[in-house]
Design a protein around this ligand. Structure first.
Ligand code: SF4
Length: 341
């Protein structure tokens, strides 16, 4: 952990919350993010100091709507889950920060455990999650219950919002597994239906999110070896003064961040505080990453937009292994010219 602590330097560590842990699974291939999160670095302060303030922060209206919906649902959650999942008499127990009981039989009565106290090991440290997510136990397994205020309209919800909720649910599912509980592969997502505030519950499969999160947290446990690949003088220290204001020259910080490989994708814009900084960096480098993961993967190995264009118009000979993508790019360029003329 010494090298990670040195990366953070004199900046106070930022504790992880469930939302931040969930976001780890959004871009598992990014070394820069893994190192910063592992070292407990406040990415939001870093981004602001670099002149690329993050775009996040819900409007007061959205927060009030979310709180009102959650308060409305919480009062009748046991009945709602019972009727949606066909369970009779769902019992309710407020755990007040305690761990849910670990022994559950198939025949135990369904129980909704509210305010469970859960922890998750992150980069070697046990991190407490805020006890805000209820857990429904039935059929010998636990289901994480996530309440969100985005609407389900005609059975459809915003896929990005559902994916973010699933990542958050996976954090709690992993923490429940760490308590030796049998956890279901799907979580229960409760949202308002159509344009009314009537809550509706749906089962959402979180196996993929769980696998990514496990991999990412496992990777964070071996971050010291990743950090050791950086030049020894590199640090992400903001050098705060007595009032907490960063004093480090921004250009110096940006240069050191540049040593930690990033993997920018447009999805970063909704999941990572450093998104504007990394987008600017990707644009300046002309990186094909800025076109999105599907394009980057399709271009496989062609790192920049300029290189792709040069392969397409034949001004650049393909390197060994690039023959096939060069042929496809030339073909695409020919078709484009044909369409335009
Ligand atoms: S914004 Fe930058 S640091 Fe954050 S995940 Fe994307 S590439 Fe990584």
């Amino acid at each position: 952990m010494d090298r990670l602590a040195a990366l953070r330097g004199t900046t106070p560590p930022r504790p992880h919350d469930a939302r931040a842990i969930a976001a780890l699974a959004a871009n598992p291939g990014c070394t820069r993010r893994a190192l910063m999160d592992g070292a407990g670095i406040d990415k939001s302060s870093t981004a602001r100091h670099l002149g690329f303030a993050p775009p996040f922060g819900q409007s007061p209206f959205a927060i009030a709507r979310s709180n009102a919906f959650e308060a409305q649902v919480r009062g009748s959650l046991a009945e709602l889950l019972g009727s949606v999942l066909g369970l009779a008499d769902v019992a309710y127990e407020d755990l007040r920060g305690a761990c849910p009981p670990s022994a559950h039989d198939q025949d135990d009565p369904p129980t909704l455990y509210d305010h469970p106290g859960l922890t998750l090991p992150i980069a070697g440290e046990s991190t407490a999650l805020e006890p805000s997510v209820p857990v429904l136990s039935y059929g010998g397994r636990c289901h994480v219950v996530v309440v969100k205020s985005f609407a389900v309209i005609d059975g459809q919800a915003d896929p990005a919002a559902v994916a973010a909720a699933a990542r958050q649910g996976a954090v709690y599912a992993l923490a429940l597994q760490a308590c030796d509980l049998r956890v279901a592969d799907d979580m229960v997502l409760v949202c308002p239906e159509n344009f009314a505030n009537r809550p509706v519950a749906t089962l959402v499969d979180v196996r993929r999110q769980l696998a990514v999160l496990r991999r990412q947290l496992g990777r964070m446990a071996s971050l010291d070896s990743l950090a050791a690949t950086l030049p020894p003088e590199v640090t992400f220290d903001l050098r705060p003064d007595a009032s907490g204001e960063p004093t480090r020259p921004a250009a110096d910080l940006a240069a050191d961040l540049g040593h930690a490989p990033a993997r920018y994708a447009p999805e970063c814009l909704s999941t990572c505080d450093l998104c504007y900084f990394c987008r600017d960096e990707a644009r300046q480098a002309g990186a094909s990453d800025q076109l999105g993961r599907p394009v980057r993967d399709a271009l496989g190995g062609v790192a920049t937009v300029g290189e792709a264009l040069a392969l397409a118009d034949g001004t650049l000979d393909p390197a060994p292994g690039q023959e096939e993508i060069a042929r496809l790019l030339r073909e695409a360029a020919r078709l484009r010219t044909e369409c335009l003329t």
